[in-house]
Design a protein around this ligand. Structure first.
Ligand SMILES: C[S@@+](CC[C@H](N)C(=O)[O-])C[C@H]1O[C@@H](n2cnc3c(N)ncnc32)[C@H](O)[C@@H]1O
Ligand code: SF4
Length: 460
């Protein structure tokens, strides 16, 4: 069966290496400071010449309260006035980039992420969308995929109505866990009723797709409590579910120091949580898309996977991988042609750069031939769990076995262990290997070295 998963605890223990999530290859760890706004503008000009469609990502970093587990790039503040100078900078960035693009380049995909985009007031959201529409060709017939991340504690029916009116048709809600003890331990109190109200609003207002985020491995979670959360969430019938593994890296993410390590579930308990949630979701009809994501069979991602058109970029799994991705806002990443570029991470530096009308590019990477090739291999494996050598050979003009000869012993070992099947025609990731797809991708990663692995989390 397509996307079937087989649970093999022994294989998971052996192959669950810490590694990248491959929303890009090369990953952001390889970005360097020799890439500047000059390179971005050059790539944008090429995009304009080719009239490639666009995907816009807008980062709104503010949150009113801190969740201790959070690893996102955010600014915690109760001062809503902080939004104004940020929005001014964002508008300048939109103007500076928009004027280099062609009005015929339609924005097929738009995503507001954060932080918490609904930290902004209704007027601010209205103004930001009007500004985007002024400088980019946004679709106004609801045919684009326009999504926004919502914290149900920071939204109500009227927010949902406004966002629908502004053109959004997809929502992703942060839930994480419904158990009050867990919520207290991570400083995120959010009742099921609050979440349900937003889910009902999304349905009534005919949003096309609804995603909920859960995290397993949080403090005070037990396999039983998490199973209850999963059951309650399934009852809400989201189209998609993200089930993330909590990565406890308190040296890197300071607020995580407020989580007591003795409250964290053991690796064995985490394995149980993942296994049970997969069983519950499969029984409820969800398909495993890959890398923490599940979707109902009639969801666009599941259909794209079945049809072989699914792709992966900084927005996660997507059906818009053919678009150039323009990232707007602090720390946002763009992918335009073969260029990756990332904005400044610090909000003050970001704002002062744009106050001088300078694009806030701070680093990035221009892909070479080898990067493109490995990117195609990793994309194919992570989206479709199989790789046909002759397709890649034709598309990229190489002899696959010759090019990757030194990888064969590692691949053979994976085949012997039952993670993949390997023959003269290609590689297929077996049901027992699907949760470990990143370990297979890592074989093809030319940059991966032991010391950089500690920067990544594991699957489980
Ligand atoms: C920007 S937030 C979503 C929108 C909104 N801020 C909220 O929390 O509802 C993105 C998601 O990243 C996930 N996340 C954040 N920190 C994480 C961590 N340390 N480990 C795993 N997932 C994490 C959470 O599931 C969260 O919902
Ligand atoms: S999980 Fe969401 S609301 Fe919580 S701190 Fe992170 S970005 Fe903010």
């Amino acid at each position: 069966m397509l996307n079937a998963l087989r649970w093999d605890a022994d294989l998971i223990r052996r192959y669950d290496l810490a590694g990248p999530r491959y929303t890009s290859y090369p990953t952001a760890l390889q970005f360097h400071e020799q890439v500047s706004s000059f390179d971005l503008l050059h790539a944008v000009r090429e995009s304009r010449k080719a009239l490639r469609p666009l995907s816009l990502y807008v980062h709104v970093p503010f949150c009113a309260n801190i969740c201790y587990y959070c690893a996102c790039n955010k600014v915690i503040t109760k001062d809503r006035g902080r939004a104004q100078p940020y929005l001014q900078a964002l508008e300048e960035e939109i103007r500076l980039l928009g004027c280099h693009l062609d009005g015929r380049q339609t924005v097929e995909q738009l995503h507001f992420g954060g932080g918490t985009p609904t930290f902004l007031s209704h007027d601010e959201l209205r103004q930001l969308m009007a500004h985007l529409r002024q400088h980019f060709h946004l679709l106004d017939d609801d045919s684009g995929d326009y999504g926004i991340e919502i914290d149900p504690r920071e939204a109500d029916w009227s927010t949902m109505g406004l966002l629908r009116e502004l053109g959004f048709n997809r929502v992703s809600l942060g839930v994480q866990d419904l158990d009050p003890a867990v919520q207290r331990a991570v400083n995120r109190l959010q009742s099921l009723e609050e979440t349900r109200a937003i889910v009902e609003a999304a349905r009534t207002l005919q949003y096309r797709s609804l995603n909920l985020d859960l995290i397993y491995g949080l403090p005070k979670q037990t396999p039983e409590s998490f199973a209850r959360t999963v059951d309650e969430v399934i009852a809400l019938q989201p189209d998609r579910l993200s089930v993330f593994n909590y990565a406890h890296l308190p040296e890197r993410f300071l607020p995580q120091r407020r989580i007591r390590s003795e409250d964290l579930p053991s690796p064995g308990q985490k394995l149980d949580m993942l296994q049970r949630s997969i069983e519950q979701l499969s029984a409820a009809g969800y398909r495993y898309i890959g890398m923490d994501h599940f979707a109902l069979p009639d969801d666009e991602l599941a259909i794209a996977q079945e049809e072989g058109t699914l792709q992966r970029n900084f927005q996660g799994y997507t059906t818009h991988g053919h678009c150039d991705l323009i990232g707007l806002g602090v720390s946002a990443i763009s992918q335009v042609g073969d260029l990756y570029s990332q904005n400044l991470n610090d909000i003050n530096q970001y704002q002062s750069s744009l106050a001088r009308s300078q694009l806030p590019t701070s680093r990035g990477l221009l892909c070479g031939d080898d990067d493109r090739l490995r990117r195609a291999v990793i994309q194919q494996l992570i989206c479709h769990f199989e790789l046909d050598f002759s397709t890649i050979e034709k598309a990229l003009n190489i002899d696959f076995r010759g090019y990757f000869a030194e990888l064969w012993p590692a691949l053979r070992q994976m085949a012997a262990d039952g993670l993949i099947s390997l023959d003269a025609d290609g590689i297929a990731i077996l049901p027992a290997g699907r949760l470990l797809v990143r370990s297979v991708c890592m074989v093809f990663d030319a940059y991966l070295q032991e010391q950089s692995r500690q920067c990544f989390s594991r699957v489980i």
